[in-house]
Design a protein around this ligand. Structure first.
Ligand SMILES: [Zn+2]
Length: 444
């Protein structure tokens, strides 16, 4: 068996850190370069950001001598991006090329505000350019199913990154009408897609999506904070294509890491970001292989550097070297968000990840809603599926799968949880799941 192609991020990082041609990239030379950029970032933030001046008085002044010493610095949380975003700004407002306002579904209060300078956006385009060469070749045509109407929006930056490798990127935006998007794929001779997992799934599970043929779509990039494995498998099965995962969030400058052809975790955007994984309880770094919260620090961001930003995403380091030959560390697939746990009686918690895996594996399911309702001492789990076709056996099949989830099995065995009969709503022909996955809410 031939080894999978090495991640293009290795060559990109080598060039970015100025390694002489022929010298192999390894974690030591990357760490030395990251340490220098980290110290520059700390000095820059302390000099220009009122928030970091205040928070870091006396702490940022001494230069770090090892990357691990970053653990002595305080965290930045999303609350700061809501409460006092301008206090994080390190350039004049006239130097802000793009300001993003992010509202999280289901939360009240101020939205997050994130600012980018022109050079920050250029860094994102550069990452998209090299990261996308993992899955497309010059001459290919990519339909971008991410917001991209506005200049410098994520879809627009991706299109510009693709143009640098002579790949045509066509920005469509999020999928509102799967039938229309499938028609565009045919008419525009699209052979690669970039989109949000549940929305690409809606295309693959659409009647005309199955008609696309197994040769047309060569690769798909699923971009979000985490991607259920069941969605990846369903898309690969429908189109016989290579489905890659991209991990990113707006705060990272959209891009964070991308799988290589080995499909065994993310190679990271390490020329721009320094990643940590911490135990959320102790706030100390986790051991390799142990799951914790992803934390990142920007290494060259100008408008709004973020130091030890807590993402809320759960992931682990992979110790073994990647089959693609990269010598750099990898992050295992993100396994959902800390906030996406439904609390049940007796301290039990149900992870949305588990529900995603079993429910999206059912071929009729496009999306779902779930609510845990506390009634007296008993919890009721109420699930409503959005399905692409009618099948009266679907509720029972879904209930059978849900009952196998360990947290649900334990809670049910203790008499603490009742899974109510699962309801099914038929998706209208033109409907696609919204950009943000349906809210998983918790009612008390
Ligand atoms: Zn690899």
């Amino acid at each position: 068996m031939t080894a999978p192609a090495r991640t293009p991020l290795d060559a990109w990082i080598s060039a970015r850190i100025g390694l002489p041609k022929g010298r192999a990239l390894n974690s030591e030379c990357l760490a030395a370069w990251q340490l220098a950029r980290l110290n520059e970032t700390l000095a820059f933030a302390a000099a220009h950001s009122p928030f970091y001046q205040r928070q870091g008085a006396g702490r940022f002044a001494p230069r770090l001598t090892r990357l691990e010493e970053i653990a002595t610095l305080p965290f930045t949380t999303s609350q700061t991006l809501r409460d006092e975003p301008l206090q994080l700004l390190c350039v004049s407002q006239s130097a802000v090329a793009r300001a993003v306002t992010l509202r999280t579904s289901g939360t009240t209060g101020e939205p997050k505000r994130i600012f980018f300078s022109q050079e920050d956006l250029e860094a994102t385009i550069d990452f998209f350019h090299h990261g996308m060469s993992t899955l497309v070749l010059p001459g290919q045509r990519v339909l971008i199913l991410l917001p991209g109407e506005l200049p410098d929006s994520v879809g627009d930056l991706l299109r510009r990154g693709l143009a640098r490798m002579e790949v045509i990127g066509i920005v469509h935006g999020p999928v509102a009408d799967p039938g229309l998007v499938l028609q565009i794929i045919k008419e525009q001779h699209i052979d690669s897609l970039v989109g949000i997992p549940a929305q690409v799934l809606a295309l693959a599970r659409h009647a005309q999506g199955a008609d696309l043929g197994r040769e047309r779509i060569r690769s798909v990039l699923l971009s979000t904070d985490y991607v259920p494995r069941s969605i990846v498998a369903a898309i690969q099965h429908a189109w016989d294509c290579d489905a890659f995962q991209h991990y990113g969030m707006t705060e990272m400058g959209y891009g964070g890491g991308v799988e290589c052809a080995a499909h065994e975790g993310y190679h990271l955007r390490e020329a721009d970001l320094y990643f940590e994984i911490i135990d959320p309880a102790t706030q100390r770094p986790v051991l390799s292989g142990q799951e914790g919260e992803v934390v990142f620090t920007t290494l060259g961001r100008r408008a709004m550097p973020l130091i030890r930003y807590r993402t809320g995403d759960l992931a682990a380091w992979i110790k073994a070297p990647c089959p693609c030959g990269s010598a750099l560390r990898r992050m295992a697939w993100v396994r959902g968000r800390r906030q996406e746990q439904l609390a049940m009686a007796d301290g039990l918690a149900l992870s949305i990840t588990h529900l995603d895996e079993v429910l999206f594996a059912l071929p009729e399911v496009l999306d779902y809603r779930v609510v845990v309702q506390h009634q007296n001492s008993d919890d009721h789990l109420r699930i409503t599926l959005m399905a692409n076709k009618e099948d009266r056996r679907l509720p029972l099949r879904a209930a059978g799968e849900v009952a196998q989830i360990p947290a649900i099995r334990t809670a049910a065995a203790k008499g603490l949880l009742t899974v109510d009969p699962i309801e099914v709503e038929l998706a209208p022909g033109s409907a696609a799941p919204p950009v943000k996955r349906m809210m998983k809410e918790k009612c008390i």
